[in-house]
Design a protein around this ligand. Structure first.
Ligand code: ATP
Ligand code: MG
Length: 329
């Protein structure tokens, strides 16, 4: 059986000479969650818009459940649900009315829509708020309703375009739980996100997208293994001290220390062990850090590791001090 979603060599150029997609390919297995991970402007939404038949690609092919999105758009549209970044729900209607409207647009029978809506409102813990207008909903409630709306027609494939961007941590975790339930029921999900943590939690495979290209692909565990499971952040008094500290720290981790002005970051597999070794090494040099913290790797760390610059500001390679140079300093 073919993959649920097949994307092969997609190219899309917008007027103004923006090359939004520069040959994107990936496959999503049936019943799995696939993550497109990338910063603002990477091309994630453009991929989703092509797969949902809103946009035509300039080159390449894409199919959903074996049906080509350009050759059979109407059929493809009956196969998926779409939710996410820009919610397609009506502020002035209640939660239940929104779901009913979606059911009508999908030509579902009235009793089917009524029971399906009640079921989804219950599942997403919106039963109590079902008859209030969306204006009174919190951000997290809106996202849950948006997701419920995408599921009214019981699609086999679900596109989630940055489903949790802008949500507070608690609402984000709540939504992750909801998405996990869907996957248990067999739905195939293509998820876009800017959060490594989100891709890690939900996706079985991830493509890292940068400037319209896939720059890495694999399981989140493999991506994180390349990075080191934790990142040690050390703030020093000034750039000169940071350079001295970097050479003192060159051998505490297999990964090279990175210097950004007066700050140092070290990717580290054994977080606490490396933190201890780092403190000892600094102490021996008589260097006292201003700041010392262990944190989880972020999308920025993925980008630094893969491209030598962060996702946000494209820090140049020169900011990175190779371990060898640091060791010799
Ligand atoms: N209709 C359009 N006309 C011109 N340029 C566009 C259009 N849509 C997208 N772009 C450009 O294409 C590139 C990719 O945009 P896209 O929306 O796919 O990124 P994204 O990864 O979804 O970003 P975000 O995380 O901000 O949603 C960007 O440079 C964007 O400015
Ligand atoms: Mg987008």
């Amino acid at each position: 059986m073919s993959a649920a979603i097949e994307v092969d060599g997609l190219v899309k150029r917008f007027s103004g000479d923006v090359l939004a997609l520069d040959g994107v390919s990936f496959e999503v297995e049936r019943g799995s969650v696939y993550g497109l991970l990338g910063p603002n402007g990477a091309g994630k939404t453009t991929v989703v818009r092509i797969l949902t038949t809103i946009l035509r690609p300039d080159r390449g092919r894409a199919s959903v459940l074996g049906h080509d999105v350009v050759a059979a758009p109407e059929l493809v549209r009956s196969l998926f649900g779409l939710a996410g970044q820009y919610a397609a729900v009506d502020e002035n209607l209640t939660g239940r009315e929104n779901l009913r409207m979606v059911g009508r647009l999908n030509h579902l029978a009235r009793p089917v829509v009524a029971s399906r809506s009640a079921e989804l409102l219950e599942q997403f813990e919106l039963s109590d708020a079902a008859d209030r207008t969306l204006k009174t909903y919190s951000g997290g409630m809106r996202r849950r309703l948006d997701l419920a709306a995408a599921l009214v027609a019981s699609p086999g494939v679900l596109f989630l375009d940055e489903p949790t961007t802008g949500l507070d941590p608690q609402a984000r975790i709540g939504l992750w739980g909801v998405i996990e339930q869907l996957v248990e029921q067999g739905t195939t999900v293509l998820l876009t996100t800017q959060y490594l943590e989100e891709a890690d939690r939900l996706a079985s495979r991830v493509a890292v997208v940068d400037h319209g290209r896939v720059i890495a692909e694999g399981t989140p565990a493999a991506l994180k293994a390349d990075l080191g499971a934790t990142v040690l952040e050390i703030g020093l008094h000034d750039a000169e001290t940071a350079a001295r500290a970097a050479s003192a720290l060159a051998h505490v981790s297999e990964k090279r220390p990175r210097v950004f002005g007066s700050d140092i970051e070290i990717a580290a597999d054994g977080g606490p062990r490396i933190a201890t070794a780092a403190l000892r090494a600094l102490d021996q040099e008589g260097i006292e850090p201003l700041r010392f913290a262990l944190r989880e790797p972020s999308l920025d760390d993925v980008f630094l590791s893969l491209t030598g610059h962060t996702a946000e500001d494209g820090r140049p390679d020169e900011a990175v001090v190779p371990a060898r140079a640091a060791g010799q300093a």
